[in-house]
Design a protein around this ligand. Structure first.
Ligand code: C5P
Length: 225
């Protein structure tokens, strides 16, 4: 991997879900397995990149040659991303919680006869949008989008809203979509300012390898500009 096309390039990847505590023993989570992001981190490292993987709570092994930073909450993930800069490219694959709970420091107790507690939610930072607009913006910033309908239109809107260069959109509707979160295969569309590419249904490893090759080509090109 030492002589790979990404030798000398620093690449940041986020992956997995976040856990947002409700109290010291409970949390809000989502179904992200981290598999796609971990596969991308591994594929980039095999091409020679210096990869920092900021991972939410998952049980996956760290891909060879990858520096892993484990975090739990969206706010911890945002801080770890900031710490990992500067980078030549960032691929934000994590399923970051949109909100955290305005949490109490002590366990919520059932009170006989009392009304159930209500959870007050506070918006989390948008790590991808923040990075895209930061002074330390990597040359190539890539976001992911999981959509159930109007996948391409939503991905195009997301590209603009987040200020990133590419969106990798996956269709998580219907029978195949149910297997995307946690499954081993993925159907994605690569949405850029240049247009949309529909990739075939592929194992997540193959999506990762293809994306890593595209990233290598793009970074090589941007060095010439
Ligand atoms: O807005 P939405 O969650 O659909 O956007 C998904 C993309 O934005 C993913 O790349 C995800 O990693 C990133 N994201 C983020 N921080 C958030 C929410 C989403 O980096 N708080």
């Amino acid at each position: 991997a030492d002589r790979g096309p990404l030798t000398g390039q620093r690449i940041l990847v986020t992956a997995g879900p976040t856990h947002e505590p409700i109290d010291p023993v409970r949390y809000i989570a989502n179904r992200s397995s981290g598999k796609q992001g971990f596969a991308i981190a591994g594929a980039l490292a095999r091409l020679g990149a210096e990869v920092t993987l900021v991972a939410g709570p998952v049980t996956l092994p760290t891909p060879p040659g990858v520096t892993r930073i484990d975090v739990e909450t969206a706010r911890e993930m945002a801080a770890a991303v900031e710490q990992a800069l500067p980078a030549d490219a960032a691929i934000m694959v994590a399923a970051v919680a949109d909100w955290h709970v305005d949490a109490t420091a002590i366990k919520i107790k059932k009170q006989p006869g009392a009304a159930p507690p209500t959870l007050a939610l506070v918006q989390n930072p948008d790590i991808l949008a923040g990075l895209s607009r930061s002074a330390k913006r990597p040359r190539l910033v890539i976001g992911f989008a999981a959509e159930t309908n109007d996948v391409i239109a939503h991905a195009r809107a997301k590209l603009a809203a987040k200020g990133c260069d590419w969106i990798v959109a996956n269709d998580v509707s219907g029978p195949t979509g149910q297997s995307v979160m946690g499954g081993d295969a993925n159907s994605v569309h690569l949405v850029t300012a240049q247009g949309v590419e529909d990739w075939p249904h592929l194992p997540k490893q193959a999506v990762a390898e293809r994306l890593a090759q595209r990233i290598a080509a793009s970074l090589a090109q941007s060095l010439l500009e």
